[in-house]
Design a protein. Sequence first.
Length: 120
Amino acid sequence: MNIYQMGAIEARFADIVWQSEPISSAVLCKTAEKEFGWKKSTTYTVLKRLCEKGIFKNENGCVSSLISKEEFYSHQSERFVSENFGGSLPAFIAAFTAKNNLTREQIAELREMIDKFEEE
């Protein structure tokens, strides 16, 4: 399995692709120039890096994703919990809720998720 990672600026760039895909590389360059002040070469460098990471593909000047935004952040979440909490979701939730009280709506949503997984 690929280990998907992005820096903050790459994530902002990726959001442009995910929101606009499929997007022509020419339009992507213009958007990156407007949003980040990048030259065309910078856009292609960042795009190439994200393609090499297996997140996007650039075929015939058309850029699209190989994984969705949701899949990417799911991988990031799994990696974070694994590296920082020994893979224990309860340990993560305990750490998170130590300073952040859950709302009634969040608790209900978590219960609903647990119930759904128990049914499966």
